[in-house]
Design a protein around this ligand. Structure first.
Ligand SMILES: *Cc1c(COP(=O)(O)O)cnc(C)c1O
Length: 394
């Protein structure tokens, strides 16, 4: 057969080579150089925020946001269970304790359960929220905008305001997603809470190989995160450091890639939309699975496409489905295993899990690269339908 339609590969059709060559020629390859500030300006303008700090990764951005929230050992942080583990690990870098929350039908954190947890499992004294049984202080909530979908930020921000929780948005998958209606109309994912982190890893909507940015409502906080990301250097000429810093700053080579990728972001998003529309046509009326939609009142970047498989009709394991599709030249992947079930987190609190286990068992991500052709989409959809039909119980 020989053909393979990849799940998600980077697209370098723009000025990537030109800008990286330029950075090399200038000799600015490391954590100084004009492309870094250029990318920061470009991102801030795009996101309509005052300031962003470019980092080595989305994970580093999330860690800086937790530091900036003042998260200390023993604090409690509310996190989703249905997500990539990098959204949660930085909580443990701070020796804080995650509490795992269920998702709603958007695959993002369920605000109803979030409120219920704060109301029924914690005590609020007018200043801080304290967890009843452990007596730990609940400081923040990490909200992930899964696959480019927006979490219900209106509800989540209300709860956070009521209980004095900081909100860190993990917008690593949602660059370009925004509200089009409601209280936050015109606001981008990652710019609504106290902090927002974006990732430019290889499979994200834009890539710098590895990298990311972090932003925040308060520009001084963003400046401080940038300071922490450069080893907390207090003097440009002498080695004076007044805080513990990190080596989290993006390099100029990464930023050169990023500047070119940002030029193409609107085009990438429009291709993601066109491709999902094509898939929708192919899966229309298909009884064994349906494509999930993105939240109403938002314009999503439509980064990843989710096919919800009807588990009453197709009981085969994800492994079997994915292997059979691979043999037919279509690369797919299962959604993540739940984080509260992973070895490092099995002792943490997992609150009333219902939907996350369901979605974890039935979501298949299908090929969504920006370069995929219409013919490839038709082929991929045909193979997916054929494999699911072959594996169905009737
Ligand atoms: C990709 C991703 C991250 C981490 O970003 P990196 O740049 O790879 O460190 C964090 N959270 C989620 C939900 C992600 O998808």
């Amino acid at each position: 057969m020989g053909r393979l339609i990849p799940l998600s590969i980077p697209n370098f059709e723009g000025n990537e080579k030109k800008y990286v060559d330029d950075a090399l020629e200038q000799g600015w390859v490391s954590t100084g150089g004009a492309y870094i500030s250029k990318l920061e300006e470009q991102m801030a303008k795009f996101l309509k925020v005052e300031r962003v700090a470019a980092c080595q990764s989305g994970t580093a951005g999330l860690h800086l946001a937790l530091l900036e929230c003042g998260v200390m050992p023993g604090d409690m942080i509310i996190v989703p269970t249905l997500t990539f583990i990098a959204a949660v690990n930085p909580v443990r870098y701070q020796f804080a304790e995650p509490v795992f929350m269920d998702c709603d039908d958007s695959l993002c954190m369920d605000p109803v359960k979030l409120r219920k947890f704060c109301e029924e499992e914690c005590e609020f004294d007018g200043a801080v929220l304290v967890h009843d049984t452990s007596r730990k202080m609940v400081k923040a909530v990490v909200v992930v905008h899964v696959f480019g979908n927006l979490a219900d930020m209106e509800a989540i921000m209300d709860i956070a305001a009521q209980y004095h929780l900081k909100v860190i948005e993990d917008a690593t998958e949602a660059l370009g997603t925004c509200y089009t209606a409601g209280r936050y109309a015109g606001k981008f994912a990652g710019t609504i809470g106290d902090f927002g982190a974006y990732s430019f890893n290889g499979n994200k909507i834009i890539t710098t190989g590895g990298g990311g940015v972090v932003t925040g409502r308060n520009p001084e906080s963003v400046a401080h995160m940038q300071y922490l990301s450069t080893q907390a250097k207090d003097d440009p000429h002498y080695y004076i450091h007044n805080e513990i810093g990190y080596n989290y700053r993006m390099t100029n080579l990464q930023a050169a890639l990023g500047v070119a990728q940002m030029e193409e972001l609107p085009e990438f998003i429009s291709r993601k939309h066109r491709n999902l529309d094509l898939y929708r046509r192919e899966f229309e009326g298909f009884a064994l699975g349906k494509l999930l939609s993105f939240r109403e009142g938002t314009s999503s970047n439509q980064w990843f496409y989710s096919l919800e498989i009807d588990r009453e009709k197709v009981a085969a394991s994800m492994r079997e489905i994915i292997t059979k599709l691979q043999e037919r030249g279509v690369q797919t992947r299962a959604i993540w295993g739940l984080i509260h079930e992973q070895l490092p987190y099995q002792k943490s609190i997992a609150y009333e899990m219902e939907r996350a286990p369901y979605y974890s068992n039935c979501i298949l991500n299908i090929p969504c690269s920006t370069q995929i052709t219409e013919e490839e989409i038709v082929y991929a959809a045909e193979q997916i339908k054929a494999v699911l039909t072959e594996l169905s119980v009737e």
